[in-house]
Ligand binder design. Structure first.
Ligand code: TPP
Ligand code: MG
Length: 327
């Protein structure tokens, strides 16, 4: 059945959201190739399959708002409109990278765009998000913070500490769990005795929201629009969770033996990009050709980022002593 138009978002904004999802997919597929060629130092975690969960949320915030991310941060980083050249250079450890090649995939930050950074410590972004939200409150801005983390991070002690503190101080922060069903090889259902982590919100006296189809970018966007408005109006924090799935292993070193092929294939049928593509064409917003052109442009931008990174210099030895905090 053809889908009907369900949003008042402009065509320009909808196509931009689609382009960001394509960029995430194409970028990570290319990084995967670079890993196999031995061009990427360190560990890398891909966002392929989870594109809508990040793009839908970030499309609902505005300039001045902030995010914190986790080890699987490529999706959020691209959705926050980082320069792809600098991002690829960072992942390849080059001097032209966002963090001068010293951070790599798990530590990409882009302060100018409001991205306070990815984080290799599971749950590590939560304290940063609460600190940033306290800053907004003390400075009386109406900016908000979105704190992205995985289902596995909900069992870290800092989850309890930060949700409690943010609730008591009514801080403008959205705690957002991207539930991809696993923390490395551990199914989330085997380490919690409730159905979903968002249900814990009541323990902190804050609202909890569930986005059942985290692969539907408009479902994510619409829920976030409502939540962002609530948080920006000074009502304190919210806990929200969306359901999605990572297509690849936990990291580049994970053969993924704990998931069946049937399970992975089932989720691939719920491809967030194909889903949005069907919506955009069936509702008459755009044509297949226009979307294919977008994909072509996205792939060209990613190729360009690889050229930029490959042709960039390694950081100099002396730069190892720069940007170091010494009290
Ligand atoms: C404090 C801490 N404990 C353990 C690890 C090792 N580790 C890295 S990712 C990960 C699983 C995280 O799962 P989840 O939060 O669900 O995120 P996902 O990888 O599924 O996106 C673990 C245990 C770590 N980096 N930091
Ligand atoms: Mg997970």
């Amino acid at each position: 059945m053809a889908e009907s138009k369900r949003t008042n978002l402009s065509k320009e904004k909808l196509l931009h959201m689609h382009r960001l999802m394509l960029d995430i997919r194409n970028f990570d597929n290319k990084v995967n190739q670079m890993v196999k060629k031995g061009k990427v130092p360190g560990m890398t975690h891909f966002s392929v399959g989870e594109e809508a969960a990040s793009v839908g949320a970030i499309a609902a915030i505005r300039e001045g708002d902030l995010i914190t991310s986790n080890h699987r941060g490529h999706g959020q980083t691209i959705a926050m409109e980082i320069d792809l050249n600098e991002m690829m250079a960072e992942i390849m450890g080059k001097a032209t990278g966002t963090c001068k090649g010293k951070g790599g995939s798990m530590h990409i930050a882009d302060l100018a765009k409001g991205n306070l950074g990815a984080n290799g410590i599971v749950g590590g972004g939560m304290g940063m998000a609460v600190g940033a939200a306290l800053t907004q409150k003390m400075k009386k801005t109406d900016n908000i913070v979105v704190c992205f983390f995985g289902d596995g991070a909900c069992n870290e002690g800092t989850f309890h500490e930060t949700l409690n503190m943010a609730s008591v101080w009514k801080l403008p922060v959205i705690f957002y769990t991207i539930n991809n069903l696993y923390g490395i090889s551990t199914p989330i259902k085997s380490v919690i005795n409730i159905d979903y982590n968002y249900q814990r919100a009541s323990a902190y006296g804050i609202p909890g929201h569930f986005i059942e189809d985290g692969n539907n970018v408009l479902d994510v966007y619409e829920k976030f629009e409502e939540i962002v408005d609530y948080v920006r109006s000074g009502n304190g924090p919210v806990l929200v969770e969306s359901l999605t799935y990572r297509w690849y292993g936990h990291s580049t070193s994970d053969p993924g033996k704990y998931r069946t092929k049937a399970e992975v294939d089932e989720w691939k049928k719920k491809d967030p990009i194909e889903k949005f593509k069907s919506y955009l064409t069936e509702s008459g917003i755009t044509t297949e050709k226009e979307l294919n052109d977008l994909d072509k442009q996205s792939k060209e931008a990613v190729e360009e980022s690889v050229k930029f990174a490959v042709n960039s210099p390694e950081p100099s030895l002396e730069s190892a002593y720069e940007d170091i905090f010494a009290p």
